[in-house]
Design a protein around this ligand. Structure first.
Ligand SMILES: [Zn+2]
Length: 234
């Protein structure tokens, strides 16, 4: 097994793994996602105010129609009043008219409240619409930066894929298949080196006698880390 050639493939694969892991975590991606959330939040606020305004308008319509009904009722009672002779009936009518006037006054107050709230909501909407414009602008610029950063990352990944296809040319299909299995079983690192007496994959110390045994292996034998089993380039 040509471990030196596989080590080159491994170096490219490690870089590819890192680049693919980093792509969705690019600062530009995070920044754009935040800008999207901000824009959605402003739009949700606008939708909420519009919903409340629609509710208020419905209530205002109902206040106005109730007021009109009361006015009609009052006119009728006032006409009736002119034809009444009995003081008791007159008193009852007066009482009813008084109650209607009170109710009418309450409706006027509520109508006024609703109109004031509606004009405050209009002001709030105007402000939010400016905020939405700013947030949409920020989002669009962030989307542009994200697109450029992702295109850069994709170009780097594509370059590495080309490098890899060249690097695997010298490796036999059987070795490559064994490498793929070893990589899948070893968290992506199949081939590593010994650095400062430690395995580059699991970072466990390799004892002096183990090192000697590795050195004594025939040159075409694959040395393995005694702790993790990764292949060690000599
Ligand atoms: Zn190891």
């Amino acid at each position: 097994m040509d471990l030196v050639a596989l080590a080159t493939v491994q170096a490219i694969d490690t870089a590819l793994d890192q680049a693919r892991h980093a792509r969705p975590r690019l600062a530009e991606v995070i920044e754009h996602q935040a800008a999207e959330r901000d824009l959605l939040a402003v739009r949700a606020q606008i939708a909420d105010i519009r919903r409340r305004q629609a509710d208020a308008q419905r209530e205002l319509d109902s206040v106005e129609s109730s007021s009109a009904e009361i006015d009609t009722h009052r006119s009728r009672l006032e006409r009736q009043m002119k034809t009444i002779i009995s003081p008791r009936e007159a008193e009852a009518l007066q009482h009813e008219l008084h109650a209607l006037a009170t109710r009418r006054g309450e409706l006027d107050d509520r109508g006024l409240e609703l109109l004031e709230a509606s004009s405050a909501a209009d002001e709030e909407l105007a402000e939010l619409s400016r905020a939405e414009e700013r947030a949409a602008d920020t989002e669009a610029r962030a989307a542009e930066r994200r697109g450029a950063a992702e295109a850069d990352a994709d170009a780097r990944i594509a370059e590495m894929v080309v490098l890899r296809s060249t690097a695997v040319q010298g490796v036999s299909a059987a070795d490559l298949a064994a490498y793929d299995r070893q990589r899948a079983a070893s968290g992506g690192v199949a081939v590593t080196a010994i650095a400062h007496g430690k395995c580059g994959g699991c970072h466990m110390e390799i004892s002096k006698s183990e090192l000697d045994a590795i050195k004594r292996l025939p040159s075409d034998d694959v040395a393995e880390c005694p702790s993790c089993g990764r292949w060690l380039v000599r």
